[in-house]
Design a binder for this molecule. Structure first.
Ligand code: ZN
Length: 248
């Protein structure tokens, strides 16, 4: 399934509806309903690629993962950096623009420690981003100008307008292989186990940087588990994100 097919069918369904609704109202409604479902699926299923590529893993033969840490920075980001240093782990921080404004030195500290920055919107409108117009999405990407080639949508939800905006900016949409669900959990062992079960070379792991001490607990225990399994946290090169055959 691809963007063109889904959008083409949506156009067809709208025309079909207008043409047929007076003669076969239920059929017209059914076709319209199907087209809406077809558009909602890639929008509300985070890693679905019908709207365009979503990077969900990277190519490596070695036991390596890409650790991604969302929603910072905050007053505790230095503690996260200390933890990563202790385990010699590298990570990409998908930061929220307004948080970066509140902690202006944080991005420099993250970069100075050898980590990367990703763009995770300006205000993190997690409930509504997927329904935004192109202009509002562009504003969420650009307003605080977080220079990065990576973008992650709030909660991973996006509509068909996002990929053209990212392409124009030379950015990739980054999904994940496994998320710890640390924002909705209160059991760090369960978070770590969820990650451990999906561990594989090239996995993208998603955790969070936030006010709760629990996030640091989850990160620390995840780093311990990764070390025990012989895995390292690395930053993939652009080539590793572009597997032959177009990638998955
Ligand atoms: Zn987020």
């Amino acid at each position: 399934m691809s963007r063109k097919v889904v959008l083409g069918f949506a156009l067809f369904a709208a025309a079909f509806f207008l043409g047929v609704v007076w003669f076969h109202p239920w059929l017209a409604l059914a076709v319209l309903f199907c087209s809406h479902m077809l558009m909602l699926f890639p929008t509300l299923v985070a890693n679905c690629q019908w709207w365009g590529p979503v990077v969900r893993r990277f190519e490596t033969p070695r036991p390596e993962v890409w650790l991604t840490i969302d929603d910072g920075p905050n007053a505790h980001t230095s503690a996260v950096l200390d933890l990563l240093a202790r385990f010699e782990a590298k990570a990409t921080f998908f930061v929220i623009g307004k948080h970066a404004q509140e902690f202006p030195n944080a991005l420099d500290k993250i970069r100075a420690a050898g980590h990367e920055i990703g763009n995770h919107t300006c205000t993190h409108p997690s409930g509504t981003f997927w329904a935004f117009s192109s202009a509002r999405m562009a504003s969420e990407i650009d307003r605080f100008s977080i220079a990065s080639r990576f973008f992650r949508a709030p909660a991973g939800l996006k509509n068909w307008l996002l990929h053209p905006l990212l392409a124009k900016r030379g950015m990739d949409l980054i999904g994940w292989t496994v998320r710890g669900l640390d924002t909705v959990s209160s059991d760090s062992a369960a978070v770590v186990e969820r990650i451990r079960r999906k561990l594989q070379p090239g996995a993208i792991v998603l955790l969070h940087d936030g006010e709760r001490e629990f996030y640091r607990q989850c990160l620390e225990q995840t780093l311990i588990a990764l070390t025990n399994e012989g895995y390292r946290c690395v930053l993939p090169t652009p080539e590793q994100l572009r597997p032959r055959g177009g990638g998955k």
